[in-house]
Design a binder for this molecule. Structure first.
Ligand code: ADP
Ligand code: MG
Length: 428
């Protein structure tokens, strides 16, 4: 869905881009990918990570680190920041008198590095390894394409040769490590490689948003990865306020957003989940709303509108990226809520609450329309549970006597909106 400031005409969109910016000074600094020069309230975490990895400057292997914390708590930013600093230091002959060859490879595993194979390939394809000064470069004598077809064992041999041949101190950052399918294997491969290296080392920094990830690792991988462990806590309103103030100063024209509005955004975000990414989204959206209205100051109402809009965007993202089966089930719930439950009198429940049985009937007829074989009731219940986990519906299992093992379902958002999003993403 493309909605650029409510403009639909392409010329207008380009034109608007060139009009003087009343509110924003630099939009880049508001993007979630921007890593600021300062990370307020994360100094101690940054120092701690630095202390753990600093031994690379003496050619000693740092402990592996596992970093866990909810989304938007600054994990990615802090690690990228520390790595950037490490790069500056190793490139400075005064600060790196031993001329240690340090190399950090960052990757977000969710995007395309979700298997040990892809991770190994990504390391071997890193720009730093194309440095002509390196002896035994991974691509020497092979083309990139050839590497792609190589067996995992071959990739490991290459990686080992390049680390050993150059005495590299390699740090591999696996962000969203929980998305790697064969993560136990990968941990095993990398530790074994490290044990076999005569020169140089390879260490891992794993980052995850998911609390359950560590518990699902096998015990050997767990003790390898979690030699050091750091937990990033959610931010409170005060902390979010400093983060936002700093960014507003860089990204907004002077005098366009005042303290009370920034505090309001911080309060909203702290109440929702303490997520700095969400807070920054609110900040940017508030600015956009004011700018589109032709004003040069963000008001309290803009912030309130921004909150609704951001929530809608998040819901859109959540629903449009659901697997198809879950989308169909959610559509069935929305349709059921719109029609009103036929059992509601029987079950003596409010109008917007439906039983799983009646939703299953709607689900079956939807599948028919879509030329799909409906999944069994058991799967259907699984999908309902998934939707509940994401906060899209609420389920209550009925007590004994009321239609046996029925669940009652309530939808979290207006059914028409939900149906529209699903319709757009799967042509229903
Ligand atoms: P996580 O990886 O934990 O989900 P990120 O590091 O991606 O979180 O942070 C999300 C957003 O919030 C980014 O735009 C980042 O710049 C910002 N952010 C998080 N923590 C801080 C902080 N302490 N200071 C400034 N900005 C921060
Ligand atoms: Mg992250």
């Amino acid at each position: 869905m493309i909605t650029v400031a409510g403009l639909t005409d392409i010329d207008e969109v380009f034109g608007a881009e060139l009009k003087d910016r009343k509110i924003f000074k630099d939009l880049r600094v508001l993007s979630p990918h921007y890593v600021p020069d300062e990370l307020p309230h994360r100094e101690s975490e940054a120092v701690e990570i630095t202390k753990i990895i600093a031994p690379v400057l003496r050619g000693e292997k740092p402990d592996n680190i596992f970093i866990y914390g909810k989304t938007g708590t600054g994990k990615t930013s802090v690690v990228k920041y520390v790595i950037r600093k490490l790069g500056e230091i190793t490139n400075d002959p005064e600060k790196n008198p031993n001329k240690m060859k340090v190399m950090a490879v960052y990757m977000n595993c969710r995007l395309s590095y979700n298997s040990k194979y892809q991770v190994l390939l990504r390391i071997l394809n890193d720009e730093a390894l194309k440095d002509p000064e390196l002896r035994n470069r991974p691509l020497e004598g092979t083309s990139e394409k050839k590497l792609l077809g190589a067996s995992p064992t071959k990739l490991c041999e290459k990686l080992k040769a390049v680390i050993e041949g150059n005495g590299l101190e390699m740090l591999v950052v696996l962000d969203e490590i929980d998305t790697i399918k064969d993560v136990n294997d990968l941990m095993y491969i990398l530790t074994r490689m490290n044990d076999e290296l005569g020169k140089g080392h390879i260490s891992i920094i794993g980052i995850s948003n998911r609390a359950t990830f560590k518990e699902n690792l096998d015990s050997r991988s767990k003790s390898t990865l979690c030699e050091e462990e750091l937990v990033f806590k959610a931010y409170n309103a005060n902390q979010l306020r400093t983060i936002l103030m700093h960014r507003a100063k860089l990204g907004f024209q002077p005098g366009t957003i005042a303290n009370p509005e920034v505090s309001l955004i911080a309060a909203f975000a702290a109440k929702t989940n303490g997520d700095a990414r969400y807070a920054l989204q609110l900040l940017q959206k508030s600015g956009e709303i004011a700018q589109n209205a032709g004003r040069s100051r963000v008001t309290r109402e803009d912030v309130e509108k921004a909150r609704l809009k951001v929530e809608e965007d998040i819901m859109y993202e959540l629903i449009s990226t659901l697997p198809e089966n879950q989308q169909i089930v959610l559509y069935a719930v929305a349709e059921g809520v719109e029609k009103g439950g036929k059992y509601k009198k029987l079950a003596d429940t409010p109008n917007d609450v439906l039983s799983s049985g009646e939703i299953y009937e709607i689900y079956e007829s939807l599948c028919k329309k879509l030329n799909k074989k409906p999944r069994t009731m058991r799967w259907f219940r699984e999908y309902l549970n998934d939707l509940e986990m994401l906060g899209l519906i609420t389920l209550t299992v009925s007590g004994k006597g009321v239609r046996g093992n029925t669940s009652f379902i309530r939808l979290g958002s207006p059914p028409a909106e939900i149906k529209e999003i699903i319709r757009q993403s799967m042509s229903l």
